[in-house]
Design a protein around this ligand. Structure first.
Ligand code: FE
Length: 241
C-alpha cells in the first residue's frame, strides 16, 4: 500500500463529507479542480471503523490527550516492525542451530531477545515444538492474547468466538477446516494463551530443506504454522514449497 495511514484517514474523512452532501455522484468523471483527468482511486464509502478511528483520533488530538506523531509511530511499529516475519526468523534460527533451539525451548524470552525481539504482549513467551508425535496449536479462549513481538497483531479469526471455543472442544475438526489433517496417532495439544503467557509453535522443519540457509528457511515459515493451525509443506524436488 503506497498511501500512508494519515492519507487514508484524510481521504476517508473527505469522502464521508462528500457522501453526506451528495456530491459523490459521478465522482470519477469530475475534474477535482487540479486541472487533469481524475486518475487516483477513491474509497467511495469509508468504513464505519475508519470514520470512528478518525473521529476518535481528532477528538483526542484536539483535547491534547495524544500526539499525532506518537500515534503514527505506534501504528508504524505494528504495521511494519512487528509481524510474523520476526517469528519466522526465530523458527529458522532454531531449525538451523540446534543449540539455539535448546535455548528457545528452555527460555524462550531470552532466546527471542537474542534476535532483538521482545516487549509488549511478548514478555513471557513459551515455545512449543511440533514433532512427528505431537502437534501443538494455540488459542486464547478468553479473548485474543497473542505474541505481538513475534507474530504481530492477531488475525480476525483468532479473535472470533467460534475459533476460541471450538479449538478446545474439537481441535482436530478446527484444524481440518484450515486444511490441516492430523492423523489419529499424533497427539494434539491445545495451549491457552493468557495475559501472563503467550505461546509460539515451533513447526516441524519440512523435508527437502537440508541445503537451505537461514534466510531461505525463514521464507518458508508462515504465520499460521506458528499458531499451529497449519503445517509447513515439504518442498518438492527443484521447486518452491
Ligand atoms: Fe486473550
Amino acid at each position: 500500500m503506497k498511501a500512508t495511514r494519515r492519507d487514508f484517514l484524510t481521504t476517508a474523512a473527505t469522502a464521508a463529507g462528500a457522501a453526506a452532501t451528495g456530491s459523490f455522484a459521478n465522482a470519477d468523471d469530475q475534474d477535482h479542480g487540479h486541472g487533469q483527468a481524475h486518475q487516483h482511486d477513491h474509497q467511495v464509502v469509508p468504513s464505519d471503523m475508519a470514520l470512528r478511528v478518525k473521529s476518535l483520533e481528532s477528538l483526542l488530538v484536539e483535547k491534547g490527550l495524544v500526539d499525532r506523531a506518537a500515534l503514527d509511530a505506534l501504528i508504524d511499529t505494528y504495521e511494519h516492525k512487528v509481524g510474523p516475519r520476526n517469528g519466522a526468523r526465530v523458527v529458522a534460527r532454531a531449525w538451523f542451530d540446534s543449540a539455539y533451539k535448546q535455548r528457545l525451548l528452555t527460555d524462550a524470552d531470552k532466546a527471542i531477545a537474542e534476535l532483538g525481539y521482545g516487549g509488549m504482549q511478548g514478555e513471557h513467551m513459551v515455545v512449543v515444538e511440533n514433532t512427528p508425535a505431537v502437534h501443538n496449536m494455540v488459542v486464547c479462549t478468553l479473548c485474543s492474547c497473542y505474541p505481538w513481538p513475534v507474530l504481530g497483531l492477531p488475525p480476525v479469526w483468532y479473535k472470533s468466538a467460534p475459533y476460541r471455543s471450538r479449538s478446545v472442544i474439537d481441535p482436530r475438526g478446527v484444524l481440518r477446516e484450515f486444511g490441516t489433517e492430523i492423523s489419529e496417532d499424533v497427539e494434539v495439544r491445545v495451549w491457552d494463551s493468557t495475559a501472563e503467557v503467550r505461546y509460539l509453535v515451533l513447526p516441524e522443519r519440512p523435508s527437502g530443506t537440508e541445503g537451505l540457509n537461514e534466510d531461505a528457511l525463514a521464507a518458508l515459515v508462515t504465520r499460521d504454522s506458528m499458531i499451529g493451525v497449519a503445517k509447513i509443506l515439504p518442498r518438492r524436488e527443484g521447486g518452491a514449497a
